[in-house]
Design a protein around this ligand. Structure first.
Ligand code: CAO
Length: 444
């Protein structure tokens, strides 16, 4: 058995490219031309195949490393006896369509490890391998599509790609997953044959194809990177979670008066206390009282988290982001307000780190600064609930003797019915309402 280096082959015009995915690990047996790593430049992502067969002895690169032609990827124990150990000319990298530089997992991306996500594939890529499988035997799919399939537990080998040369797209994975969830084997088979995203996997009529330009002038704009990433996550969460939304109102008359007074007192501190800071604190109290709301499903078990990290949706020029306020249970309203302000600023400037966007146990989406009455937020999986908040309004509220003007805050709690039942959801909202109407309850 001989040890040899496997190097980055000629990858065209790129000086240095970043390693965004490791496709093998030490001890893996690889075939000649099997993809070893994925690299990404500002123009394209490419899978670098092995020039030889053998067993991986040591990886010489890690995620984020910059490599160029000649860089050592790994050391391979070549199998002298194996027929595939024959030396081949360096295999060509498999290109994928142009993608922007990697961004950390963004809006409504699950709290799992940050993904150096590539945009979903829309164009026909200049792939260099054969029909529906790569020469490595793996189905054609970009790293982001493979990651999405892994997250959903979809076996890529069973998905029929609708793209050029059988390339599997995000929409193919979604169609396959929807068909499997419908439990109809006939539909599953259809899903494999159906063109991507046409709804045929669910037995639905195809998505309407309209030549909008026929009816008037139009402008076409590509979706932003974050929109694409969050769109895929939102779709998965909307389709896969049996979600129910309960609406309620909380009387925040006294709390708002206290907030305004606090801001007056702290005028010089530069920290503005917003209703969202109180909501974060109140939600932590509700999550502690009803811990199933702070859990995640893991197969047949429920993981109860002993920490309270609250994500909050932030509207940014790049799209929806969800910064995470860590250990909200240990922080006071002023600290929460200050940290939230910093996180929201970073979100708007596109400067959030992956660590600042992951690990949430519950999310709040507040449209209170904008308006509206109620809405149905989509759960940020693997969390099991999300609170939507709209603008508070003065309402006539019956106090037993007369109508009184009270400042009412509309709450919309969406919850995963696999984990939570309607009674618990009603209790959550009712308790939240009690806390918000008399914040001293947080201390009880
Ligand atoms: N009712 C009435 N007024 C409210 C309110 C509520 N529920 N919540 C906030 N306000 C007021 C604030 O008091 C503030 O008023 P002043 O300027 O007079 O003091 C104003 O609205 C603006 O508040 P804000 O939005 O800047 O602050 P916030 O803490 O409420 O929110 C943030 C911060 C980052 C959540 C918010 O800026 C944001 O991005 N919201 C949008 C979230 C979103 O897009 N959700 C949808 C997700 S699903 O697509």
């Amino acid at each position: 058995m001989a040890t040899m280096e496997v190097n980055v082959p000629d990858i065209g015009d790129f000086d240095e490219v970043a390693v965004i995915e490791l496709l093998v690990k030490v001890g893996d047996k690889v075939r000649a031309e099997q993809s070893l790593i994925t690299v990404e430049s500002d123009k394209a992502s490419m899978e670098i195949p092995s020039s030889h067969a053998g067993v991986v002895k040591a990886l010489q690169v890690k995620l984020g490393d910059k490599v160029k032609q000649g860089s050592v990827i790994l050391l391979l124990d070549t199998e002298a006896s194996a027929s595939e150990a024959k030396s081949l000319a360096p295999a060509a990298p498999v290109s994928q369509p142009a993608v922007a530089p990697p961004v950390p997992a963004a809006a409504l991306v699950p709290a799992a490890a940050p993904v150096p996500a590539s945009a979903p594939v829309h164009a026909s890529p200049p792939v260099m391998a054969g029909e529906s499988k790569q020469s490595s035997g793996l189905p054609h799919a970009s790293p982001s599509v493979r990651k999405f399939a892994r997250e959903l537990g979809v076996p890529l080998a069973e998905v029929k790609g609708s793209g050029a040369k059988g390339r599997i797209s995000l929409e193919d994975i979604q169609s396959f997953s929807k068909a499997v969830m419908s439990g109809d084997t006939r539909t599953q088979a259809q899903a494999a044959k159906a063109p991507a995203g046409d709804g045929a996997g669910l037995g639905l009529i195809p998505w309407p194809k309209v030549d909008f330009a026929k009816f008037g002038p139009i402008e076409r704009k590509e979706l932003g990177r974050i929109q694409k990433i969050s769109g895929a996550n939102l779709l998965r969460n909307a389709v896969m979670i049996p979600a129910v939304t309960n609406h309620d109102d909380a009387d925040i008359t006294e709390l708002e008066a206290f907030r305004v007074a606090t801001n007056k007192e702290n005028e010089k501190s530069g920290v503005k206390v917003t209703m969202l800071a109180f909501l974060i604190k109140a939600c932590v109290s509700a999550l502690q009282k009803l811990p199933q709301f702070n859990s995640s499903l893991d197969g047949d078990s429920l993981v109860y988290k002993q920490y309270w990290h609250i994500g909050f949706a932030a509207d940014t020029p790049n799209g929806l982001m969800v910064p995470v306020l860590k250990d909200a249970d240990k922080k006071g309203i002023l600290q929460i307000s200050a940290e939230m302000g910093e996180l929201a600023k970073k979100a708007r400037e596109g400067k959030l780190s992956p660590a600042e966007m992951t690990g949430a146990t519950f999310t709040i989406s507040s449209l209170g600064g904008i308006g509206g009455r109620y809405f149905t937020p989509i759960i940020n999986a693997p969390e099991v609930a999300i609170l939507g908040v709209c603008r508070s309004t003065m309402q006539p509220v019956w106090n037993g003797q007369a109508f009184e003007p009270r400042l009412m805050l509309p709450l919309s709690l969406t919850w995963d019915h696999r984990v939570i039942d309607g009674a618990a959801a009603a209790r959550f909202n009712a308790y939240l309402g009690q806390v918000l109407s008399d914040f001293r309850r947080v201390m009880l």
